[in-house]
Design a protein around this ligand. Structure first.
Ligand code: ADP
Ligand code: MG
Length: 264
């Protein structure tokens, strides 16, 4: 696989953790489609699925049930991450899959040495091969998410355009502050992306305004619309940029990818 993977040594890598402890806000959808869109734009991307549910894994059409290695084996058994990096069928885009085995990691990590820094350590030797490493986090603030915050340069927070959108975010920001103080002083919020936006409802517009008031310029201009295609694509194991390349969902994630690149 090394022949297709770029190995430029010292380019700046951006490790982005896609995080929000609420489930169903669009973390996995954003991880998969942003990764695919960055690949389209010529970037070398690695997506690490850190959620035992494996939605990003299956979203790329990778089997999350029968496989020998997943990110669990890297975090808890010291298997090199390089051994589990797989192509996802899109040029320049690779993934480290998750299986349900990863669910055990949350508990097993508790007693592990340097339990918060496992991901950071295993990522180090492969990082330089990519422009972006995107880490799809589980819907909790447990040790897996803390590992992502410790390994990341910055955070991408998807927020669903719904009532109580901001609820629970202070908890997330508290965790970010703790990790910054003790484990990763350079951690920053890279951006906030509004998902499942429905331009026909006043509520969606109000939520966007409320989130812009709170996070100010951190909020991306791109609003990811609620589209059936985005929710269908995972069942075909494809990012929306492949499943429905000319649709609104693909357009939105391409536009988000451009904003991400532009923020460097
Ligand atoms: N923009 C969107 N439009 C329609 N459905 C979406 C959109 N974003 C996500 N979904 C759907 O909403 C559900 C939750 O999204 P997901 O990305 O899995 O959230 P999370 O990873 O935060 O739990 C999934 O069924 C997904 O297909
Ligand atoms: Mg998810």
């Amino acid at each position: 696989m090394d022949d297709v993977r770029n190995t430029a040594a010292d380019r700046p890598v951006r490790v982005l953790a896609v995080v929000n402890q609420k489930g169903g806000v669009g973390k996995s959808t954003t991880s998969v489609n942003l990764a695919a869109s960055l690949g389209e734009l010529g970037k070398d991307v690695l997506l690490i699925d850190l959620d035992p549910q494996g939605n990003a894994t299956s979203g790329f059409g990778l089997n999350k049930n029968q496989r020998e290695l997943c990110v669990y084996n890297a975090l808890l058994e010291g298997v090199p991450l390089a051994e589990m990096i797989e192509p996802v069928g899109i040029e320049r885009v690779f993934a480290v899959p998750a299986t349900i085995q990863l669910a055990g990691a949350e508990i097993e990590l508790v007693s592990a040495l340097s339990r918060e820094s496992k991901l950071k350590v295993v990522l180090e030797p492969v990082k330089a091969e990519f422009d972006y490493v995107i880490v799809d986090c589980p819907p909790s603030l447990g040790l897996l998410t803390i590992n992502a915050l410790t390994a990341a340069d910055s955070l991408l927070i998807p927020i669903q355009c719904e009532y109580y959108a901001l609820e629970g975010l202070t908890k997330l920001l508290d965790s970010v502050r703790l990790v910054k103080t003790h484990l990763n002083p350079h951690l920053e919020i890279f951006g906030v992306v509004m998902t499942m936006y429905d331009s026909r409802t006043k509520l969606a517009q109000q939520v966007v305004e409320e989130v812009r008031d709170f996070f100010e310029c951190k909020v991306f201009e791109t609003l990811v619309p609620r589209t059936v295609r985005l929710s269908e694509a995972p069942s075909f194991g494809q990012p929306v940029t492949v499943y429905d390349p000319a649709g609104k969902g693909a357009e939105a994630y391409r536009s988000l990818a451009k904003e991400v690149i532009g923020r460097e």
